[in-house]
Design a protein around this ligand. Structure first.
Ligand SMILES: C[S@@+](CC[C@H](N)C(=O)[O-])C[C@H]1O[C@@H](n2cnc3c(N)ncnc32)[C@H](O)[C@@H]1O
Length: 229
């Protein structure tokens, strides 16, 4: 069902026309509701998020969370389950409609939005932001823009969790997404005013194992109530 070559070709077609996000809508709409055609969709909470939540006593109640590139919504639902008032956004209208259809009684607000075209109303609005696997799905030249958007959306004192594939700076990222990120490029988030609180660099239990980064940041500039743990 899930054909990596087909997905790579689709991504390349759009990226060549300088439309780095157009292929997502195409992929979701071509899937016609069958998640087996979506390579990252496992219909479960991302295990790297689930284990992180298990180890952190986040008090989401009364706090707002944002999920960047929410895909089919499982991670947004997990954050809602720990008490956050969650907004999940995705550039693909079909993905957003799919979330609403999957989770009909949800309290998550699923919206269509493009992180490359920031929403002015979301500035300094979210106490917790999750970014998993979206930066790595976009060419490097667009990632700093997405990082700036994310930092802009965080409240002062807010927390960002990034989950992504990781690589050393000497390792080749390859020609097709996902493109593993380097610690060096993630340093841009600190230039934007975030403080790195923890950096986990590990191999997952896939066969063969995949190197993952899971990084927690706080937005230190300015005043704010901050996230409660
Ligand atoms: C690799 S998928 C990961 C989805 C989800 N985070 C997960 O882990 O299952 C990347 C997601 O980000 C969305 N996306 C890509 N670029 C985006 C952008 N500029 N703004 C918002 N969403 C974007 C895609 O439509 C897709 O759903």
């Amino acid at each position: 069902m899930n054909n990596p070559t087909r997905v790579s070709k689709l991504a390349a077609q759009f990226i060549q026309k300088n439309d780095p996000t157009g292929w997502f809508e195409e992929l979701y709409s071509q899937a016609e509701g069958n998640s087996e055609f979506i390579p990252w969709a496992e219909s479960i909470v991302n295990p790297h998020l689930a284990s992180w939540l298990d180890g952190h006593n986040l008090e989401g109640k009364g706090q707002k969370a944002l999920v960047v590139g929410c895909g089919l919504g499982d991670d947004a639902e997990a954050l809602s389950d720990v008490g956050f008032q969650v907004t999940g956004f995705d550039v693909s209208p079909t993905a957003v409609a799919w979330c609403k259809q999957r989770f009909q009684n949800t309290s998550v607000d699923y919206v269509v939005s493009d992180a490359l075209q920031p929403e002015a109303a979301w500035k300094n609005s979210f106490d917790f932001i999750l970014e998993s696997y979206t930066l790595q799905a976009l060419p490097e030249s667009f990632r700093q823009q997405i990082m700036s958007t994310i930092v802009n959306y965080l409240t002062p004192g807010g927390m960002l969790l990034i989950i992504c594939r990781g690589r050393g700076i000497q390792e080749d990222a390859g020609v097709s997404p996902p493109w593993a990120l380097t610690k060096e490029e993630l340093f841009f988030l600190e230039k934007l005013g975030l403080k790195q609180v923890s950096f986990e660099d590990y191999l997952d239990d896939n066969n063969p194992p995949v190197r993952r980064f899971r990084i927690k940041y706080l937005k230190v500039k300015g005043q704010g109530a901050g996230i409660k743990e």
